[in-house]
Design a binder for this molecule. Structure first.
Ligand SMILES: NC(=O)c1ccc[n+]([C@@H]2O[C@H](COP(=O)([O-])OP(=O)(O)OC[C@H]3O[C@@H](n4cnc5c(N)ncnc54)[C@H](OP(=O)(O)O)[C@@H]3O)[C@@H](O)[C@H]2O)c1
Length: 314
């Protein structure tokens, strides 16, 4: 979708009509872009199921949403730790038992800039484990329900996908050699966007009725670096974000657009369009070739099936 078609303001939530009867599932929705995406979708009448790690924060987020939107908004949460594959399986099961249709699964939750190599219980470098493997497994487990709903999958990436080493380090996936916070975060975000495009290719090849959209929030004032980054990066970000970043609400717009806008072309990247795609009107961004590398994406797909022990005949 060219920004011109959307006008100077780009995509805004004013374009959304009533979402009554629609269900959106969002990971990591108790803060930042996920919380703001929930707020927008609920304000249009949708049902939102948050898939969150922290129950206390989730209850607080729900209370805040109900306070601002009304007690009768249809918002709930299911506990999930994207960094624990057993938790992802349990949460997917709970969601399938309680949710008949999924109009969009928004893969939003993430950790970033983890200063020292940290491993998940399943033996993955933490950012790759949470951001990619957790979402890969969750998407695979929910795929049939999303297909039955003629729904969408929204992958929330980052401009970091085209930074760092610009490849999946298959020979040293966990960065046992020369770990850096930046390279490992960039790899995890590249894995997410590559997975999104590979999934869309496989869906098209099998004639299935699911759309995948890939987006990013640009630079947004959220908790992202405040949770996991080094003290130095936290201080830098708390100063810099006041100057260079936009609000968390604006950061949510690309993912809400990808979940709701009709006729949105697939195999694109959506996000803010100004200042190197960090802020500004939401529209299509130029996509770096690395995201569309079919060979790397196919290798990543096979590896992800193996690492998550998922059977997914797509
Ligand atoms: N903010 C930016 O400038 C920026 C830039 C590029 C891309 N992004 C992307 O935007 C998305 C949203 O991030 P944000 O900026 O809104 O940051 P945020 O406020 O920190 O939100 C991230 C969410 O992910 C959740 N999460 C973390 N680890 C999890 C786990 N193991 N299992 C389940 N949930 C987990 C967090 O939950 P807890 O509260 O439990 O920690 C939190 O709710 C992410 O995909 C991020 O990579 C953000």
């Amino acid at each position: 979708m060219k920004t011109q078609r959307l006008g100077k303001k780009g995509w805004t939530p004013e374009r959304i009509g009533s979402l009554k009867g629609k269900t959106y599932v969002i990971t990591g929705a108790n803060s930042g872009a996920g919380l703001e995406a929930s707020r927008i979708l609920l304000s249009k009448g949708a049902k939102v199921v948050m898939m969150n790690r922290n129950p206390n924060k989730s209850e607080a987020a729900i209370a805040v949403l109900k306070q601002s939107l009304g007690q009768d908004v249809d918002v709930s949460f299911i506990q999930i730790d994207l960094g624990v594959m057993a938790s992802v399986r349990r949460a997917a099961e709970e969601l399938l038992e309680t949710t008949d249709s999924i109009d969009a699964l928004i893969c939003n939750g993430a950790i970033a800039q983890v200063p020292r190599q940290d491993m998940t219980v399943d033996g993955f470098e933490s950012q790759l484990g949470v951001n990619h493997f957790g979402h890969f497994l969750l998407t695979g487990l929910l795929f049939d329900r999303i297909e039955a709903s003629k729904g969408r999958i929204v992958m929330v990436g980052s401009n970091a996908y085209k930074m760092g080493q610009k490849r999946i380090k298959f020979e040293d996936l966990n960065f046992d050699h020369k770990y850096t916070a930046w390279d490992s975060y960039a790899q995890s975000k590249l894995a997410q966007v590559m997975f999104g495009y590979e999934l869309q290719r496989r869906i098209e090849a099998t004639g299935k009725q699911v759309e995948v959209h890939v987006c990013h929030p640009g630079a947004s004032r959220t908790n992202l670096l405040m949770d996991t980054a080094s003290t130095f990066n936290k201080i830098m970000w708390s100063i810099m974000s006041r100057i260079i970043a936009q609000s968390a609400e604006r950061g949510a717009w690309p993912e809400v657009m990808c979940a709701t806008e009709q006729g949105l072309p697939t195999m694109k990247l959506y996000g803010p369009t100004k200042r190197a795609n960090t802020v500004g009107p939401v529209g299509e961004n130029k996509l770096d070739d690395v995201a569309l590398d079919k060979e790397m994406a196919s290798q990543l797909w096979d590896l992800s099936l193996e690492k998550t022990s998922l059977e997914w005949g797509l």
